[in-house]
Design a protein. Structure first.
Length: 188
């Protein structure tokens, strides 16, 4: 499973982050091979994942943003068994840990607001060992380098990435992929 994600982003490191339903079709038409699904509810999630997967996209569901489900371990198990995404994204350390134990591909999302959040994020990564980490905002090359150096965990950058320079800086700093809801970035 992890090999699949890394081979997909090695082919194309741009991940389409879908934050509105109308972007599902746009993501399908894009050259992005991977999709972060940041929307949905208990009724629409399965159909969106099926549509994206039938169109050759690898789909990672952001657990914390799905409406109608708790942000807990039974909800994660339900999504994994019934919806069958390629993996999940979450900010919740208990879900990262439980997902790893259940052999689910887990991306831990970290919001780095200050040095305290950075330090606690690094400790969390070292302790729980997610398959990958998405850091936001993604326009911090020095921070990407530090997190990778200290954790040796693959990094995805996201948030505030607007142009080719941001993409190149992220990749040059050690990120394996870039997630963006900006459709222009999908085509870089």
């Amino acid at each position: 499973m992890a090999k699949n994600f890394f081979s997909i982003v090695n082919e194309n490191p741009i991940i389409a982050a879908i934050n509105h339903e109308e972007k599902v079709e746009k993501a399908i038409a894009s050259p992005c091979n991977a999709v972060f699904l940041l929307i949905g509810d208990i009724l629409s999630l399965g159909d969106m994942v099926d549509t994206l997967k039938k169109n050759g996209k690898s789909v990672y569901v952001h657990m914390d943003l799905i409406e109608g489900l708790s942000k807990d371990i039974p909800a994660m198990r339900y999504i994994n068994r019934q919806v069958r995404p390629d993996g999940i994204i979450t900010t919740k350390t208990n879900l990262v840990k439980a997902g790893r134990e259940a052999d689910i591909f887990v991306i831990q999302r970290l919001f780095l607001l200050d040095s305290m959040a950075l330090d606690s994020g690094i400790e969390s990564i070292k302790k729980i060992r997610p398959n990958a980490v998405e850091i936001l905002p993604g326009i911090m090359p020095k921070v990407v380098k530090r997190i990778y150096r200290e954790t040796r965990t693959p990094i995805i950058t996201g948030g505030l990435i607007k142009d080719k320079e941001d993409v190149i800086q992220s990749l040059n700093s050690g990120a394996v992929a870039i997630s963006s809801s900006n459709e222009e970035v999908w085509y870089m």
